[in-house]
Design a protein around this ligand. Structure first.
Ligand code: PMP
Length: 314
């Protein structure tokens, strides 16, 4: 049986149901997270990647909707570990916590009543093919911080993402890149963007209506520490995308996804660039617990007798 965390209890997932009158269902007034756990067959272990970081971000984001969670990040991490353990997965997984306004009453405000649910599902790679992505610049603009803050991971804001992602697929592309209202590059519908040019990494700054991605932050650290490559966050023009040496998306679900073309213009030689390849290799070693230096970013789900992790656990 699969379990979810709902109304402060672990319950069979079929019992975790909300009313059609729920505020969040009517108005999108909820904050969510997406967290990934990687199964390591050799260790028979699931490693959850940067679990605490995700919950610290979620608690901060909840403030935007005036949702004051009665849980600490540590408590949420422990609930999540318990839940994944109860579900006894032996594969890569995805965790979806949602803090939502739970009042069952019509009226657009930000009422105080809220609840939290968490469910987990098996999940392998988001982009099924290993081929570099064919990407377009979306005709949909990225929502502005003063409309619905992109950094907030607000459920209702993902209509913006869905419009762009669907349009891209309807037009035969794999994914979309958003521009901001001022024409500068923002991000993908569910992923951040990096550009390699002249041996350095560039990525839009956090003030450009992006989600402050945890994968983005991890890549900046890994690239500097392990490859000696610095990242310079700065505004990126649309035409710079066409002239980039390498481009890739990153995110919890998207992982590290090389981009082969933008608006039918090949990036580099259209294949996977050298730096993208190196970063991707490092990333997959780290998330599967095969690079001990970064075990500080992993939380083990299954308790192992006699094994003590050193340092902070996640
Ligand atoms: N941007 C958006 C809009 C997203 O939804 C996501 C996925 N959470 C990301 C970027 C990547 O963020 P992270 O690396 O924290 O998953």
């Amino acid at each position: 049986m699969q379990y979810a965390y709902f109304q402060k209890r672990y319950v069979p997932i079929d019992d975790a149901k909300i009313s059609i009158m729920t505020h969040a269902f009517n108005y999108g007034t909820a904050i969510f997270e997406g967290i990934k756990g990687y199964y390591n067959e050799e260790d028979d272990q699931i490693y959850i990647f940067r679990l605490m970081k995700h919950y610290e971000r979620m608690i901060k984001n909840c403030k935007i909707l005036k949702i004051y969670l009665e849980y600490s990040a540590e408590e949420l991490a422990e609930i999540t570990r318990n839940l994944v353990e109860m579900n006894n997965f032996k594969c890569d997984i995805y965790v979806r916590p949602i803090a939502y306004i739970s009042l069952e009453k019509v009226g657009v405000r930000l009422p105080e009543e809220h609840d939290l649910c968490i469910y987990t599902i098996p999940m392998d790679s988001y982009f099924k093919s290993d081929k570099p992505l064919r990407v377009c610049v979306s005709s949909w603009k990225r929502i502005d911080d003063n409309a619905i803050p992109g950094r907030g991971k607000i459920c209702g804001a993902y209509v913006n993402s869905a419009l762009a992602a669907q349009e891209a697929r309807d037009n035969g592309f794999d994914e979309a890149i958003f521009l901001n209202d001022d024409g500068h590059v923002s991000e993908g519908p569910g992923m951040n963007l990096f550009m390699v040019k002249d041996g350095v990494l560039r990525t839009p700054p956090v003030t450009h209506n992006i989600l402050e991605g945890i994968t983005r932050e991890s890549i900046i650290e890994i690239a500097q520490e392990e490859l000696g490559v610095s990242t310079f966050p700065r505004a990126i023009d649309r035409s710079e995308l066409y002239q980039a040496d390498e481009l890739f998306f990153c995110g919890t679900a998207a992982e590290i996804a090389p981009i082969g073309s933008v608006d039918h213009r090949p990036i580099g030689n259209g294949g996977i660039g050298r730096l993208t390849c190196e970063i991707r290799e490092l990333f997959f070693k780290i998330v599967r617990g095969k690079y001990p230096k970064y075990n500080k970013w992993l939380m083990e789900v299954y308790k192992r007798k006699g094994v003590e992790l050193t340092g902070k656990r996640y």
